[in-house]
Design a protein. Structure first.
Length: 447
């Protein structure tokens, strides 16, 4: 089947590569000419494990191509996927300008009939408005709208595209649903759950999923605050919670909170949507408040161990919002960096892949080429992103490099006993801090 993809980003490229792997003829179009040119050489513009290899494989097979011209995509494809960004407006609502423009750009060149598939995350009802806009733009063409939300995890986007746990397809068109079933036939035959519904339900289901996952993270972070006040251990508490099959262990890890391109913007867009619908859902606002509180809590811990932050060097280990990606959008580490810079601290960060993007986002943030350079002379280190590189960090060398041996663990990556044994003042999240006071350790070092 011939398939078009509009948008060569975090959703469009994994989708294109996966569909090409499944045997479809895929053409990706984007207005960013330098990006399209680089993709023709299999150069992927962001870090995603396995994606460059998947794109290269598609190009080599002849089943994947790239263009800035939407005309062949519209004229030759059985279905065109809209995979463009829906960033938040100042109000929190999703900005759907790119969705509309992309669909209309394709529509101008469509002939006869065309299936338009929303892959971008959009508020429920978007497909209805898009259908009207398309009909006005090209009265002689029959447009069939489909909502096919993505459920990709950054850092696992290739795996999730090729082996999804579920495929959700919504449409009021029987013919469009038949085409989508055929498109996904190899994945369905591979055992993925395939759900068909109307497009409004599919659109709402995507926002509902992300809001609920954000809720679980914020609940774990609220439990961390309660554990600190009651001298309990949040890791054990959430482990017990996760053992209950009605709850499950996923997204119950307390720490700096969630970030990335999905949860923050989708939660805000969902909140604006329910307000417009006239439903009072204050829980959504609390999810965000608790998430913001998680970053502030770690900032307070840094203040408590360092007192004045002026002329203190703080090393941030990890800058991307999660391991396995260079995405720094709404990254908790950057929110923390801004607080520290504003407080007068010297902030040095290190991330295996996100240094350049992070530095561009936070004025005053310095970046180091490696973890030991970041730790050199630091009065405090903060574990922000749980990259594997940090799991195996030589704590003896780290302690020797630092001015004060203090580790704030924003992801509860380390064991308290190991850190105390290595001579660190160790401050995790929702767990008891360990190790001697700074003054005792400095005195011991001087003897």
């Amino acid at each position: 089947m011939k398939v078009g993809i509009v948008g060569a980003g975090h959703v469009g490229l994994p989708t294109a590569g996966a569909l090409a792997r499944l045997g479809h003829q895929v053409t990706v179009t984007d207005t960013d000419a330098p990006r399209i040119e680089a993709l023709g050489r299999a150069e992927v513009p962001f870090f995603e494990p396995g994606l460059q290899e998947l794109i290269a494989e598609g190009i080599e097979s002849g089943r994947l191509s790239f263009t800035t011209d939407p005309a062949p995509v519209a004229r030759e494809s059985s279905a065109v996927f809209i995979c463009v960004g829906t960033p938040p407006r100042v109000t929190g609502e999703a900005n759907l300008v790119a969705v509309e423009k992309s669909a209309l750009a394709v529509a101008r060149h469509a002939r006869g009939s065309l299936i338009v598939v929303e892959k971008s995350t959009v508020p429920t009802g978007t497909s209805d408005r898009l259908a009207k806009a398309l009909a006005r733009s090209k009265p002689g063409v029959s447009f069939q709208l489909v909502s096919n939300p993505e459920f990709l995890r950054e850092g696992h986007a290739v795996e999730d595209s090729l082996h999804p746990a579920r495929v959700l397809v919504g449409s009021d068109s029987t013919a469009a649903l038949e085409v989508m079933r055929e498109l996904y036939r190899p994945i369905i035959d591979g055992g993925a759950e395939y759900v068909e519904t109307d497009q409004r339900t599919a659109e709402l289901a995507k926002h509902a999923c992300n809001a609920y996952l954000a809720l679980k993270i914020s609940f774990a972070n609220a439990m961390a605050r309660i554990c600190e006040l009651s001298d309990a251990d949040v890791v054990s508490v959430t482990k017990v919670m996760g053992m209950d099959p009605r709850i499950g262990p996923g997204h119950l890890h307390a720490g700096l909170g969630y970030g990335g391109s999905c949860f923050p913007k989708d939660l805000a867009a969902f909140q604006r949507l329910v307000e417009r619908l006239g439903y009072d859902f204050p829980l959504l606002g609390e999810i965000k408040r608790i998430n913001d509180e998680a970053v502030m809590s770690v900032f307070t811990k840094i203040e408590e161990v360092l007192w004045n932050l002026e002329e203190k060097r703080v090393a941030l280990l990890g800058l991307a919002f999660k391991p396995g990606t260079d995405d720094v959008r709404f990254a908790p580490a950057l929110a923390l960096a801004r607080l520290l810079v504003d407080a007068g601290a010297e902030v040095v960060g290190y991330d295996p892949v996100a240094n350049e993007l992070a530095a561009a986002e936070v004025p005053g943030l310095k970046t180091a080429d490696n973890v030991h350079e970041a730790l050199d002379g630091a009065h405090c280190a903060v574990l922000c992103t749980e990259w594997d590189e940090f799991r195996t960090l030589d704590m003896t060398s780290a302690r020797s490099a630092m001015a004060f041996p203090i580790m704030i663990d924003g992801r509860n990556l380390y064991e308290s006993s190991d850190m105390a044994g290595a001579g660190f003042t160790y401050v995790p999240v929702g767990r008891r801090s360990v190790s001697p006071a700074i003054e005792d350790r400095l005195l011991a070092d001087s003897l």
